[in-house]
Design a protein around this ligand. Structure first.
Ligand SMILES: NC(=O)c1ccc[n+]([C@@H]2O[C@H](COP(=O)([O-])OP(=O)(O)OC[C@H]3O[C@@H](n4cnc5c(N)ncnc54)[C@H](O)[C@@H]3O)[C@@H](O)[C@H]2O)c1
Ligand SMILES: O=P(O)(O)OC[C@H](O)CO
Length: 340
């Protein structure tokens, strides 16, 4: 595990490489962390100047972090492969990289999106494309706004793997003075929490863009957690995961933070921008925009009601005006709050 490849030098991939480097330094272990960047200039800047100015301004990266624009070079002999590319591009990238991956590598997904067309989670895409057993596929998720972690603000997260002893190994690799990973064996729950919170953050952003206050936002967050939990349970996830960092924790961080790209995209929509205008303004990945449809479809296949997600999908598709979203969220038959 001396070499770790981080595939994707965007906001989170770069920040996570820093976490890995700081974790190694804190435990006195020598480790080689290789970031794969799409652009050669980005790779050169990271290796020579130890920063990635496009995403993290002047944040210094540890000396143990270097970068390359060659995926083959990054993956060579890596015992751990961390994936941090946009969810909709993952399958194609995995196909390109398949022959370069070490046969026994552990594969960690940092991504929070659902694949359009298949409705597959990223861990499923990895298993399908690389033929790796579940015991070597991990998901890391939680309230993890990259810029706050890059500033070394104390943050917790969850590393999930069917084999929790493997989750423990990866948690040790990324335990830095400011980053505390917990472990879990609930891969489905951890992944669903990270995917659906982006859709709920779009809804909260829309409400904020319409100048609605904290009652509305708290109502959407709470009912958003209820529909996330229904979906997770239907897919085999666990309720307590939804009450933890990868469920409630990430939902609150994303819905509350102006740093969240999903929250921001929703707010711009709420303020009256069209979807193409929002897409033009967003320079980084807001997974909820593309995943919302897939989440809605997956829920329908499992007979799960997700009214907030349905409303967001309708807004994104131009079938519902943002001014009609607020009233629609509460316009349902009355029922008890008990259960999910
Ligand atoms: N940024 C965060 O705070 C954060 C935190 C937790 C999880 N995540 C998740 O991590 C994943 C990556 O997010 P990010 O914030 O690093 O995104 P980003 O937009 O900042 O960076 C994406 C990176 O992927 C690269 N890339 C490779 N192939 C690509 C392709 N085909 N199309 C577009 N870009 C491609 C880009 O060059 C870029 O370096 C997402 O699933 C996101 O939800 C992000
Ligand atoms: O900026 P967002 O909306 O992609 O959210 C980033 C992280 O997922 C928050 O945990």
């Amino acid at each position: 595990m001396n070499r770790i490849a981080v595939m994707g030098a965007g906001s989170w991939g770069t920040t996570f490489a820093k976490v890995l480097g700081d974790a190694a330094r804190a435990s006195g272990v020598e480790r080689d962390i290789v970031l794969w960047a799409r652009r050669a200039e980005a790779a050169q800047e990271i290796t020579r100047e130890h920063r990635n100015s496009r995403y993290l301004q002047d944040t210094p990266l540890p000396d143990s972090v270097r970068a390359t624009d060659s995926a083959v070079e990054a993956l060579a002999e890596a015992g751990v492969v961390v994936l941090a590319v946009p969810a909709q591009s993952l399958r194609e990238q995995l196909r390109d990289w398949k022959d370069a991956v070490s046969p026994d590598a552990l594969v960690v997904s940092l991504m929070k999106g659902l694949e359009r067309g298949t409705d597959d989670r990223m861990s499923q895409v990895i298993a399908q494309e690389w033929g790796i057993p579940a015991q070597r596929i991990l998901v890391l998720s939680g309230p993890n706004l990259a810029l706050e972690i890059a500033r070394e603000e104390p943050t917790a997260s969850v590393v999930a793997c069917e084999d929790e002893t493997v989750a423990q190994q990866v948690a040790e690799l990324c335990t830095a003075p400011y980053f505390r990973p917990y472990t879990s064996s609930d891969v489905v729950g951890v992944e669903i929490g990270g995917i659906v919170k982006n859709v709920i953050a779009l809804a909260v952003g829309i409400c904020e863009g319409r100048d609605m206050g904290d009652n509305t936002k708290a109502s959407v967050i709470t009912r958003g957690l209820a529909e996330t939990t229904r979906l997770a349970l239907a897919l085999g996830g666990e309720a307590h995961t939804m009450a933890g960092l990868a469920g409630l924790g990430d939902l609150v961080a994303t819905c509350a933070s102006p740093l969240s790209r999903n929250h921001t995209a929703g707010k711009l929509l709420g303020q009256g921008l069209t979807m193409p205008q929002v897409v033009e303004r967003m320079t980084q990945t807001a997974e909820g925009v593309k995943s919302a449809d897939a989440v809605h479809e997956l829920a329908a296949r499992h007979g799960v009601e997700m009214p907030i997600t349905a409303a967001v999908v309708a807004v994104l598709a131009g079938r519902l005006a943002v001014e009609d979203l607020g009233p629609l969220l509460l316009n349902r038959s009355l029922k008890s709050e008990d259960g999910y």
